[in-house]
Write a protein that binds this ligand. Sequence first.
Ligand code: GLU
Length: 372
Amino acid sequence: MRDKVTGAQRWVVKIGSALLTADGRGLDRNAMAIWVQQMVALRRQGIDLVLVSSGAVAAGMSRLGWLERPSAIHELQAAAAVGQMSLVKAWESSFAEHNERTAQILLTHDDLSDRKRYLNARSTLRTLLELGVIPVINENDTVATDEIRFGDNDTLAALVANLVEADLLVILTDRDGMYDADPSKNPDAQVIYEARADDPKLDAMAGGSAGALGRGGMQTKLRAARLAARSGAYSVIVGGRIEHVLDRLHAGERLGTLLTPEQCRDGARKQWLAGHLQTRGTLTLDAGATKALTDDHKSLLSVGVTAVQGNFLRGEMVVCVDDQGVEVARGLSNYSSAEATKIIGLCSESIVETLGYMAEAELIHRDNLVIL
Ligand code: GLU
């Protein structure tokens, strides 16, 4: 199974506060430089990388001269706002030393459950990856406090893995991996090398408890791996301080805990698309578009659509029918029904002229299409 790690082309790497800060005294820039070196090595081998990084609160506390973590949420949010600047600056300059470019993305869970914002975030991230830029993501602590409360950057990282269709989610932690018993109580506790993410036995083993700086315990990591598995991604929970951890994982070494999905990536994503959403409208396709979708597995372009029915927004699910009214596919529309009505029959190049902007060249991208 470690070949799944070796072969992964798109990685989401999540690094939590406990690892990023030198015992609460600001950011551990040396540790950051070491991970950057390893991530750069992965990039040079053609791997797409997304980094999910906490550490803003801890960095902010040190900038503000606070020795103790405040308990008031608004103070933590203020610290995060101050610290986020140092955090991205540190990542940006460390990656820049290797001529790699980074981008800051602040997200909330709501952004990813709202269909329209989901598509927007997805297009931005995909574009950044196509440009070879490394997105550095954190929760937007000003408007959401899930991570501050629950250590939920693990969950955010999993949602990002779903969003960018990552093959692999690597959660770096201050333990070597997931143990089959609590290692502080049981000297015989062993790291679990591999398990199915949905194995119910893991719940008891994940136990509770988070460190003083980071909020997330093993349970949130397990939940994150399960979420990532829904879109077919593999997850590794592994010690971030293990020497050359990312290089060695990539080389196939059995480090940390590998949690495997039950389904392959495409199957999982299509199931999610098909089962997840109510349909809001119908697009009628001409014979050319029907063939492009069903036989050639292409995206749906506006030029091949002859009629739009229903009332839908960007990001909502629509049914595609052929010229006989037979359903051939379903997918997430990049345009609302009002916009689609204006651009059907037109080639993609004319979308800007007609609407004054172009969201995407396709009406439905093939990754967001399920052929029936
Ligand atoms: N997103 C926040 C950060 O990056 C929260 C982490 C925490 O609660 O320490 O610092």
